[in-house]
Structures are given as structure tokens and as C-alpha cells.
Design a protein around this ligand. Structure first.
Ligand code: ZN
Length: 94
């Protein structure tokens, strides 16, 4: 019994080093900062309640999560909001 449990713990330790085994389909998170922001991932589609996301369909909060969770994201979730171009933003802002 106890050796079974030890086996599972060792397996979990190995799995934790292999994030690409996991595919995240949905999640919700709060991004803490000066203003907290609520971010969701639903079937490859990101959403954030910040103003920037509302206009550009991506934002620093989503981009940060895309980087952090990259191995666990579907192709859609990885690409959502990209290719993001800062020159595009610069143009729009003037
Ligand atoms: Zn945001």
C-alpha cells in the first residue's frame, strides 16, 4: 500500500517536469496588480477585463499567461491575439 503511494508520488514528480502532457481547455484567473484583472480561457479563446484587451483582443496579462502556460495550451490558445504587432499599436496610438 505504502509502496503504491510512493510510486504515485514519484510518477507525479516526473509528470510535473512534463507540462506538454497537459492540455488546458479552460481556466479562469485573477491577475493581481495595481488593478486586478480577470482572465479566462475557454476553448482556445482568451478574455481579459482590461481596457487594452477590449480593443486589441490581447493584452499583457494574456500574453504573460500564454508564455507561462505555453506547453499546456492548444495551438489556438497559443496564437490567440497574435501575431501581435506593437508597430500596429504605435500606428493606432499615433
Ligand atoms: Zn488584460
Amino acid at each position: 500500500m505504502q509502496s503504491d503511494l510512493i510510486g504515485k508520488i514519484e510518477k507525479a514528480r516526473r509528470y510535473a517536469q512534463e507540462p506538454e502532457r497537459i492540455k488546458l481547455h479552460s481556466m479562469s484567473a485573477t491577475f493581481r496588480g495595481g488593478n486586478d484583472h480577470n482572465i479566462t480561457l475557454d476553448d482556445g479563446n482568451w478574455s481579459c477585463d482590461c481596457h487594452f484587451f477590449n480593443r486589441w483582443q490581447t493584452c499583457s496579462h494574456v500574453m504573460a499567461l500564454q508564455r507561462m502556460l505555453e506547453p499546456m495550451l492548444s495551438e489556438d490558445a497559443r496564437r490567440a491575439g497574435s501575431p501581435f504587432s506593437f508597430s500596429e499599436v504605435a500606428e493606432a496610438v499615433g
